[in-house]
Structure formats: structure tokens, C-alpha cells
Design a protein around this ligand. Structure first.
Ligand code: C2E
Ligand code: MG
Ligand code: MG
Length: 725
């Protein structure tokens, strides 16, 4: 209760991030405010100078006692000082010394002018009585002069300095508003300046509610007493030092009082709403930032060894090869494999195996200092280095492995690939280096192999895939396997993921890992994806007509599908042809697809949504830009990558991060689905944190529809009520 009250008043303790967020927001707003104030006041000063000059021409008297002059100069100086501090706070800029000197000059002029006008100049008459105004102007000028000196001293940036300047600036603005409006009111003119200034200060800046209340209430009260007092005193801005309350009660009309109260109340409400909006935005951003930091670390770093991972390697290597200054002739990619590592694991256990990998990873990183080194996977490492002088390093690393091997004979194998002058596809190059490395496995006399022409021929399976995709489609070699998606609410089957398989007469059953990448590389993937769409729609129609069980199916789309064909048009065409309801087809787009071609994908997603399909984000967390993707695209379901479950349950961080992602999805209005669930323990945990759906080998591997039907009929999978036929 107490906490809630403190939170409501804005007195609760805030994290450093939130405080910084408020600070930055206020500094940004201060820049806009100060620029407007500077321009406005400059205009006013020019106008007034012209008036004084014209009067002088008529009467030959210089009337410099006009007190607005000081107000205008003071407001403009505080604007300049605010601008300086805000720019310094936001951009760490320190190159505005002459502006600080200008503020000192202007404020000193105000101070001197006020002293002269009020104490020495005999003709200032009744205006000298405005003692309060005099004191305010003088104190504000002194504070600003002091802060200009702080600025000049070029000391370290301290937030309290910028914030103090901001408070002085706000104070000067509101005070200016009061003075102008009180005088305006006395002459029967407008009193909008006060309201404008209050709105300006309280609505553009973010105040904690309690401070907003104090600032607003104090401003309104002072204004109220000043204009009420005037009714009796009938002199402009006369300061008596006492307040006659009876007079005020009768003095001011009800209209003004009611309007004043309404304005006070509405500005206060706006001020509180503004605070709460900014606070929730800050907290949301803080949440995003935390996950982003974690993700960017794990997306660049190999979790086990701490050296770079392949995501980092690929992106850095691509950059490196892209530089014009890189001598491509002199670059080589090395792929390392510790042969017999499995035996080491078997003999000494997983833990010791991991320790060996960690040690070796750091040795390889040290040995190739200055080159790009990463863990490829398991006991595989890749290095991008210079084409000369690496052979002795390989020998030295082979020695290192022998030192670490214990009683198991470990052998270091290295495959090398020299990218062509115009080649920048790193995965391609690593594949070839790996291919070369694999080719010398079990050859005890060799530990190094350069990818050459003869190896190239072995790459023909890849070619086979590319060349035979049309035949495979025409001859129905392409099959759809279904993997169940289960609702955590009641453990029922609520969806399938359609996964492609290639049943080849020559090579046997090929998993997508063998052909997807190749088809993408050769921009043929859309053919496969179109075929899978048609097969799924056909399955729907057949099962529907036979009254067999079926649930909504999610289809994997490649980024290239959107480029290479009208895949959105095609899915709708198939849905119409086989009369499949749109809610039975969902589209999965993998996270890594979203890093480029933003406009194209956003347009495609808009169309998909428009036509009534759900769009799912596949493999969230597997790439570099996970969270940016959430900002830029609108997804209905997030499939959380199975890598998050890989350290389960030992890695406590995994649990926290999963919990955070699921929570974030709820905030963003997305449904969560975690992939790769292999144990009951994982399932129970995901259910407990509110993950809506799960998928994984724990329920079933991907299997053909007929096998799936058998499982359903045998009661191993229970179809969700809404899909029971
Ligand atoms: P994905 O879309 O992330 O699909 C999930 C993959 O994880 C499937 O591999 C599935 O068999 C595997 N998997 C599911 N549960 C578990 C589990 O509990 N443990 C483990 N270790 N693995 C699990 P699959 O079928 O080999 O597919 C691999 C990838 O190939 C898919 O990843 C998807 O990106 C791509 N793919 C598959 N079919 C198609 C397709 O028709 N079109 C396109 N463009 N890509 C496809
Ligand atoms: Mg998928
Ligand atoms: Mg996936």
C-alpha cells in the first residue's frame, strides 16, 4: 500500500536506467524549449528596442526603465544556458565556450541594469517598488552566471548541474509568465503568457507527480494572489509583503477562479499521465535492453569456450572480405577438427571433454592472434587468416592437442579453403574447408588438406540437389512430414509444423539440412516451398473429406520466396483451390531472414495479415538482431529457438531468459511457442512460466501424416477440442 502510494507520487526508487531515461527525455525536451525561447525573446528584444528608439525620436528621452527588458534578456539567457547544458548532456559537446561567455555577459547586464534602475535611477518611480521581481531577477541572474562559469571550467559532466539549470530555466519561464500576465491583466489585456509558460514547462518536461504538483500549485497560487492583490492595490505588480485574503475572496470573479482551478487540475492530470507514460516506456526499454545485452553477448560468443561463435565469425569475415583494402589473394580459411574427440568424451566424461575444448579454444585463439577465430560447432573451429606462415602454427597446435590428450589418441585435422577473389559467402567457404578437413579423416599420415579440384567433384551432391529439384517435385520425391505443436493449457494437439523431406531414389531420405541451404543458395527454394504449400492444402482437403483429424499447419517460408515469386498470392490461390480456411495456414519466417530486404518483407507481412494468415517468427534468439526484429515487424506468434533449452536445467540463466522472453511476448501481444522440447521437465517448466505452446521430440519427431494419424487414433496425441471433427 505504502509502496503504491510512493509509486503514485513518483517517490519510489528508480533504477539507474529509468533515471537516465528521464534525464535524457528532459534534456531533449529542453533543447526544443530553449531554442523556441531564444528565438522568441530575441524577437521581443528587437521589437522593444525599436519601440524605445521610436519614442526617443519623438520625445528626445531615452526611457530604459522598461522592466520587461530585463525579463526578456534573462529568459533568453536562461534559454541559451539551458541549450548549452542540454547539448553538453546529450552529445558530450564542449565547444560552446563563447556562448557561456555570452550568458555571463547578458546576465551581468540584467543584474547591473536592475541595480541601476531600482537604486540609482531616480525616475523609475513606482516601478522600484516591485521588490519581489527585482530579487527574483537578480538571484536568477546570479545563479546563471555561476553555472556559466561551471560550463567554462569545462569540468566533468555532472547530471545535477544540467538538472539545476533545467529547474532554473523552468522557474524563469514560469516567473516570466506570471509577470507578463499580471501586467497584461492589469492593463485589461491578455493573460495567456502564464498559461502558455505553465503548459510549456509542465507538459514538455517530465516531472515526478509530487514535484509536478508542487510546481503547478505554487505557480497558480502565486499568479492567483498577484492578480487578486491587484484589484485592491490598483498598481501594477505592487508588492506589499502581506496578503489580504478577504479581499481576494470578493475581489476575483467566479469565472476566473473556476477556469484557473480547471486549468490547474487538467495540467496536473496531464503532468501525471505524462510521467506514467514515460515511466512505462522507460521500463519497457530497460527490459528490452537487458535481454538485448544478454542476447548480443550470447550471439557473438560461444557459450562453452567463450571465444567467438559462428554468427560473429560470419559477419566479421564478410565485412573483412568486403573491404577494398583486403588482399583477397592472401586470405585463407582453415577448418579444424579434433579427430577421436568422441572417444575422449567417452573415457573422461563430458565435463573433461568440455574442459579440453575450452583449453584448446584459447590456445587456437592465442596462436592465431590478430586473425579471426571462432568455434564452428562441437570440436570444430574455424580461422580466417593470412595465406602464409600458418603451417608452423598448425604443427604447434597438433603438439598442443597431444599434450592434452591423456590416454586417448587425439589428432588435429585441418582443412583449408582459399576463397576466390570475388567470393564473399563465408558459409560457402567454411563448408568447403570443412569438406577438405573431412576428406582426410582416418588418414593417419595427413593432418592438412587444401580444398582442390578433386574435392570439388565430391561436392556434386549439392549440384545434384540443385539440378534435380524440378524432377523431385514432378516425381513426388518431396514429402511433407508433420511435427505436432502442443498447447500447454491442456496438453492437446493444436497445430502441426510442415517440414520438408526429399525421398530420393539415389540418395535415400534427405533431411532439409541437406537441401534447404543449397536450394536457397541457388535461389530455387521457392519451388520447394510452393510444393509444400500445395501438399499441405491437399492433405487438408483429403483429411477433411475423410473426416480424419487435422489441425492448423505452420509453413516455413524462406526470405527468398518473397523475392522470387508471389508466394502470398500462391498460398491464397491454393487455399481457394482446396477450400482451406485461412486460419488453418500459418506462415513461419525465420529471424535470420529479416536482417535485410526490410521493406519487401514488411509489405509481404502486411499482405499476409490482410488476407487473414497468422505470421510467426521462427527461431527467435538464433541470430544477431533478435530484438530489433520485434521493433520492426508485427508477429502473431514467436517460436523461441531450441538453443535456449540446450543448457536446461543446469543453466539457471536459461530459465530467467526464457521467462523474460515469454513475459515480453505477453507485453507485445504475441503468443509464445518454444521449440526443441525433449523432456517432461522442460515441458513442465515452460508451462509454469506461461509459454502458450510447445513443440519437440518429447511429443513426436516430424513424421508422415499417416503415422501421425495412427498416433492420434491410438490416443497418444489428443486433438484440441476446437479442431475435433
Ligand atoms: P525449423 O523450422 O526451426 O524446424 C524445426 C527443426 O527442429 C526440424 O528439423 C525439427 O525436426 C527439429 N526439431 C524439432 N523438435 C526437436 C527437438 O526436440 N530436438 C531437436 N534436436 N530437434 C528438433 P528439420 O525438419 O530437420 O528442419 C530443419 C529446418 O529446415 C527447419 O527448421 C526449417 O528452417 C527448414 N525447413 C524444413 N522444411 C522446410 C520447408 O518446407 N521450407 C523451408 N523454406 N524451410 C524448411
Ligand atoms: Mg520452422
Ligand atoms: Mg524453428
Amino acid at each position: 500500500m505504502c509502496k503504491k502510494l510512493l509509486r503514485f507520487l513518483g517517490l519510489d526508487k528508480q533504477s539507474k536506467y529509468v533515471r537516465n531515461y528521464f534525464y535524457t527525455t528532459n534534456m531533449k525536451a529542453s533543447i526544443y524549449m530553449s531554442v523556441i525561447v531564444i528565438i522568441l525573446e530575441l524577437w521581443m528584444i528587437i521589437r522593444m528596442t525599436r519601440t524605445i528608439f521610436e519614442k526617443h525620436l519623438q520625445s528626445q528621452i531615452w526611457n530604459l526603465t522598461e522592466k520587461y527588458y530585463s525579463n526578456y534578456i534573462l529568459l533568453m539567457s536562461s534559454g541559451i544556458l539551458m541549450l548549452l547544458f542540454a547539448v553538453r548532456a546529450l552529445y558530450n559537446s564542449r565547444r560552446h565556450r563563447w556562448l557561456a561567455i555570452l550568458v555571463i555577459g547578458l546576465c551581468s547586464a540584467v543584474a547591473a541594469f536592475e541595480v541601476w534602475r531600482l537604486t540609482l535611477y531616480p525616475g523609475s518611480g513606482k516601478k522600484t517598488q516591485d521588490l519581489l521581481n527585482y530579487i527574483i531577477l537578480l538571484s536568477a541572474a546570479i545563479i546563471m552566471i555561476s553555472f556559466s562559469f561551471v560550463m567554462l571550467k569545462n569540468g566533468s559532466d555532472k547530471k545535477w548541474q544540467s538538472l539545476t539549470v533545467m529547474y532554473v530555466f523552468s522557474f524563469v519561464c514560469i516567473n516570466f509568465g506570471i509577470i507578463i500576465s499580471v501586467n497584461g491583466y492589469a492593463k485589461g489585456e491578455q493573460m495567456l503568457t502564464f498559461l502558455t509558460m505553465v503548459l510549456y514547462v509542465v507538459c514538455l518536461l517530465v516531472w515526478r507527480p509530487v514535484w509536478g504538483f508542487i510546481v503547478l500549485t505554487a505557480s497558480y497560487l502565486v499568479f492567483y494572489y498577484r492578480i487578486s492583490g491587484m484589484l485592491d492595490l490598483s498598481t501594477v505588480g505592487k508588492f506589499t509583503g502581506t496578503v489580504d485574503f478577504t479581499l481576494y475572496k470578493t475581489g476575483l470573479g467566479d469565472g476566473i477562479k473556476i477556469n484557473g482551478f480547471t486549468m490547474w487540475l487538467s495540467t496536473l492530470i496531464f503532468c501525471i499521465a505524462n510521467y506514467n507514460k514515460t515511466l512505462s516506456q522507460a521500463q519497457k526499454d530497460e527490459n528490452l535492453e537487458k535481454i538485448n545485452t544478454y542476447l548480443s553477448r550470447i550471439s557473438a560468443e560461444d557459450e562453452l569456450t567463450g571465444i567467438h561463435n559462428m554468427v560473429y565469425f560470419r559477419s566479421e569475415a564478410e565485412k573483412l572480405l568486403g573491404y577494398v583494402t583486403t588482399d583477397r589473394e592472401n586470405v585463407i580459411i582453415l577448418f579444424f577438427d579434433i579427430e577421436n574427440f568422441k572417444s575422449y568424451n567417452d573415457k573422461y566424461g563430458f565435463h573433461s571433454g568440455n574442459e579440453l575444448l575450452i583449453k584448446f579454444a584459447h590456445r587456437i585463439e592465442e596462436a592465431f592472434k590478430g586473425s579471426l577465430v571462432a568455434r564452428y560447432s562441437d570440436d570444430h573451429f574455424v580461422v580466417l587468416t593470412k595465406n602464409d606462415g600458418f603451417m608452423p602454427i598448425i604443427q604447434q597446435l597438433s603438439e598442443n592437442i597431444r599434450e592434452l590428450q591423456g590416454e586417448v589418441q587425439l589428432v588435429l585435422k585441418c582443412g583449408a579453403y582459399k576463397p576466390n577473389a570475388d567470393e564473399s559467402d563465408i558459409s560457402h567457404a567454411c563448408d568447403r574447408a570443412r569438406f577438405a578437413c573431412n576428406s582426410i579423416k582416418k588418414h593417419f599420415d595427413r593432418n592438412y588438406c587444401l580444398y582442390d579440384k578433386t574435392l570439388e567433384t565430391k561436392f556434386t551432391l549439392r549440384q545434384y540437389i540443385v539440378n534435380n529439384i524440378d524432377t523431385a517435385i514432378a516425381n513426388d520425391y518431396i514429402k511433407v512430414y508433420y511435427q505436432p505443436v502442443v498447447s500447454t493449457k491442456d496438453g492437446t494437439l493444436c497445430g502441426f509444423e510442415a517440414l520438408a523431406r526429399w525421398q530420393d531414389p539415389k540418395y535415400g531420405l534427405l533431411p532439409p539440412g541437406v537441401f534447404i541451404d543449397v536450394l536457397e543458395e541457388y535461389r530455387q527454394i521457392y519451388k520447394l516451398d510452393k510444393q509444400i504449400i500445395e501438399l499441405v492444402c491437399r492433405d487438408y482437403r483429403r483429411t477433411f473429406d475423410n473426416k480424419e483429424p487435422f489441425v492448423p499447419v505452420s509453413l516455413n517460408f524462406s526470405r527468398l520466396d518473397f523475392e522470387l515469386c508471389d508466394i502470398v498470392g500462391f498460398i491464397s490461390e491454393m487455399a481457394d483451390k482446396y477450400n482451406v480456411p485461412k486460419n488453418f495456414l500459418d506462415v513461419e519466417i525465420t529471424e535470420s531472414a529479416l536482417s535485410n530486404q526490410q521493406a519487401l518483407l514488411q509489405e509481404a507481412m502486411r499482405r499476409l495479415h490482410g488476407e487473414g494468415y497468422s505470421v510467426w517468427l521462427d527461431d527467435f534468439g538464433s541470430g544477431y538482431s533478435s530484438l530489433n526484429v520485434l521493433k520492426d515487424y508485427q508477429f502473431d506468434v514467436m517460436k523461441i529457438d531450441m538453443k535456449f533449452l540446450s543448457g536446461f536445467p543446469e543453466n539457471v540463466k536459461t530459465k530467467t531468459i526464457l521467462e523474460n522472453i515469454v513475459g515480453l511476448n505477453k507485453q507485445l501481444g504475441m503468443v509464445s511457442l518454444t521449440e526443441g522440447v525433449e523432456t517432461l521437465e522442460q515441458y513442465e517448466f515452460l508451462r509454469s512460466i506461461g509459454c502458450d505452446m510447445v513443440q519437440g521430440f518429447y511429443f513426436s519427431k516430424p513424421i508422415p501424416y499417416d503415422e501421425m494419424k495412427e498416433k492420434i487414433v491410438a490416443g497418444k496425441l489428443k486433438v484440441a477440442q476446437q479442431f475435433v471433427r
